[in-house]
Design a protein around this ligand. Structure first.
Ligand code: SF4
Length: 692
């Protein structure tokens, strides 16, 4: 008989840090969460979201039954009825319009195994590569930029190495709020003597502790990064040995020619970046002279139309300083959602199978088709639609049926008014744990089990694959995502997506995904690896990889520099829309707020959306603290409370995007980075009016 009271070790469902915690269960109810002292990253600590993780799981408004929309209203249905309807519609759509008319959004909130099954379903059953997920909105440029530079698109070093870095350059990451446990480690490194350089338009908490804080105008990152390198070459501070031995010489010379041109001198970039030349010189020299230095970034770097070039420029900087392939160095993108790394690794991207094996590579298709028992000729041989493209294609009538698992584009995607118009057109299936604004638009809603109700694994930002464990039975009639996908596939005539337990899925992943080859179900639960293994781990004799590109041996061979010229944002302030809007998150909420806003403790801290407005701008507008203002862009308007604060510089405003009743993404622009197809969520032009 099951114990009435127990605690279950699992991995946090919010950010990519991957803290382990115990869920406390009493009589089938989750009553609390406590940290795990022996976990190597969290070491007995959690942030407030982790401590309060239990508060949303068994909320009374969990989705507990399948729902079918009839005459504009949701009606409860049996699983058979709902699954039959979905399978029939998908089948009809494929037969009538072809595979390109179907698309799937997978989820960084789901497990590795579920993401693997979703992309397998898209490719083997629907025969489309149009499967993508929210990494496209946060770190697609990381995957593209770092893969082009190093041959691998992930965080190069591990979190705890920060404690021994001699210099840490943090840019576009509000680390103490978004990855608080990692933020704490950066502060400990600072206490131990590391130099801390923060490059961020806002005066974030870390900036208060920095040796230098540079406040660039959002969207000018290539400028200041090139300017950093200009100074490093001017001062002769580049690592000549590393460059000679480990970098592609032609690519290096091409890049050097660009960054040393006059236009990137600190004096010449000052006007566009708003960074004083003298401060930039000081920061560049400080970072170059204190080796080994680590570069940490997040979405302030990636979410731009120049996101891939921003990432490549970060890679250029770390390569010329010889900060690659060494303990305490590296280019370290902090991944947002707890399993966005895993969802990418397992192929929930429109261009790659699991392990970043390219869909356009005939050998990779052949391998998958054989393993999946399908005809290779039936597979899509082109890159599919990405998130934004897929939604726009639905609006254009090209995508006729859309299957969304655990994503909430009605809050997360740019230009929400347009997203709504698009999502109203196709046959829409949404699988989630709560009725989100996206689920409200669906034809069929399928109730999924939460992370506390199933087994599986997540991959943290430092590439460590660790377990989540079932603590309670699924709420109501909800089911694990992999089960639901398998049932739809079976009804469409394919049994290869049916598994009785996630272990079977991971067994298949091990066989087909070289970087996960040795990350088996039993090993990541063993005494040897109680908290998981970091990829690449090619076989079961391998202990995993703490940092990549050891001794300058890059995954692609020689490291490749890229010449990146500055391109301005897609939309900048003008007379009509005079403010530069940048968006982000707050410490108490997570992404679209579907979980944290259901946690009473977290919701109490920040209940509604607000706009940070510099006092000088507030004065000019005659706006006082807490006054409601209308914020509008060329795409929409929202009403928010004013937070008058010099956290933002004059001319720049900031709105957190968690709040569905005032979604910042009604204002943002769907302009895309041409390589990674990531939208420019960090810069658009808005105007602000007082509300009477
Ligand atoms: Fe969870 Fe991230 Fe907080 Fe750790 S730092 S408890 S993983 S939200």
């Amino acid at each position: 008989m099951e114990a009435k009271s127990k605690r279950v070790l699992t991995t946090c469902v919010y950010c990519g840090t991957g803290c382990n915690l115990y869920l406390h269960v009493e009589d089938g109810k989750i009553v609390g969460a406590t940290p795990c002292d022996s976990h190597p990253v969290s070491q007995g600590k959690l942030c407030i979201k982790g401590w309060k993780i239990h508060e949303f799981i068994q909320r009374p408004d969990r989705l507990t039954k399948p729902l079918i929309k009839k005459d504009g209203k949701f009606v409860e249905a049996s699983w058979d009825e709902a699954l039959d309807l979905v399978a029939t519609k998908f089948k009809e759509t494929k037969e009538k319009y072809g595979p390109k008319a179907l698309g799937c959004l997978s989820s960084a909130k789901c497990t590795n195994e579920e993401n693997y099954v979703m992309q397998k379903f898209a490719r083997a059953v629907l025969n489309t590569n149009s499967v993508d997920h929210c990494a496209r909105l946060c770190h697609a440029s990381t995957v593209a930029g770092l893969a082009a530079s190093f041959g691998s698109g992930a965080m190069t070093n591990s979190i705890d190495e920060l404690l021994d870095s001699k210099a840490i350059l943090v840019t576009g990451s509000n680390t103490t709020e978004q990855h608080p446990i990692i933020g704490g480690k950066i502060l400990r490194a600072k206490e131990k003597g590391a130099k801390l350089i923060v490059v961020d338009p806002r005066e974030i908490q870390l900036a208060k502790f920095a040796d230098v804080h540079l406040r660039q105008l959002s969207g000018t990152d290539v400028l200041w990064l090139n300017s950093f390198m200009y100074v490093i070459f001017e001062e002769g501070l580049e690592d000549k040995e590393f460059i000679k031995n480990h970098l592609d010489p032609e690519a290096f010379e091409e890049m050097k020619k660009v960054v040393t041109s006059d236009k990137y001198s600190p004096e010449n970039t000052e006007k566009l970046t708003s960074i004083p030349a003298e401060d930039l010189r000081k920061a560049a020299i400080m970072f170059a002279k204190n080796k080994t230095g680590s570069l940490v970034y997040s979405m302030g770097i990636t979410q731009h139309i120049q996101g891939t070039d921003n990432v490549k420029s970060c890679a250029n900087l770390q390569m010329i300083l010889g900060n690659m392939g060494v303990y305490g160095g590296g280019v370290n993108p902090l991944r947002g959602q707890q399993n966005v790394q895993g969802a990418c690794d397992l192929g929930a991207l429109s261009n790659v199978f699991s392990g970043y094996q390219k869909v356009v590579d005939p050998a990779a298709r052949e391998k998958m088709a054989k393993a999946w028992g399908i005809n290779v000729e039936d597979m899509d041989n082109k890159v599919g639609y990405t998130v934004v493209e897929m939604i726009h294609a639905a609006g254009d009538g090209k995508v006729k049926a859309l299957y969304i698992m655990g994503e909430n584009p009605m809050v997360s995607d740019p230009d929400i008014n347009h997203v709504k118009e698009c999502l109203e057109k196709p046959f829409l299936v949404v699988q989630d744990i709560f009725m989100t604004p996206t689920a409200e638009l669906a034809d069929v809603v399928l109730p999924a089990a939460s992370f506390a109700e199933k087994d599986g694994a997540y991959t943290s930002t430092q590439r460590t694959v660790s377990k989540i464990r079932k603590a309670i039975e699924p709420v109501g009639d909800s089911k694990p995502d992999y089960w639901i996908i398998g049932q739809i596939a079976e009804r469409m005539g394919y049994k290869g997506c049916t598994y009785s337990h996630p272990k079977e899925i991971l067994d298949e992943i091990n066989k087909l995904t070289p970087i996960y080859g040795g990350i088996t179900w039993d090993r990541i639960d063993s005494d040897e690896f109680p908290f998981g293994i970091a990829w690449p781990c090619p076989n079961t004799s391998h202990g995993g990889t703490m940092f990549l590109h050891k001794d300058g041996n890059f995954s692609r061979g020689k490291g490749k520099c890229h010449p990146c010229e500055y391109v301005p944002p897609a939309e900048e302030p003008d007379e009509e829309y005079p403010f530069r809007l940048t968006t982000g998150r707050v410490a108490f909420h997570w992404h679209t707020g579907s979980m944290t806003r259901r946690s009473p403790t977290l919701d109490r801290e920040v209940r509604s959306a607000y706009i940070e407005l510099n006092p000088a701008d507030a004065n000019k507008l005659g706006v006082r603290k807490n006054q409601m203002v209308k914020v509008s862009s060329r795409r929409g308007e929202i009403f928010v409370r004013a937070e008058v604060s010099d956290i933002v510089p004059p001319g720049t405003v900031f709105i957190p995007w968690h709040f569905k009743e005032a979604p910042a993404n009604k204002l943002t622009i769907a302009a895309l980075d041409p390589v990674a197809k990531i939208p420019d969520l960090k810069v658009c032009a808005v105007k602000i009016e007082k509300v009477k």
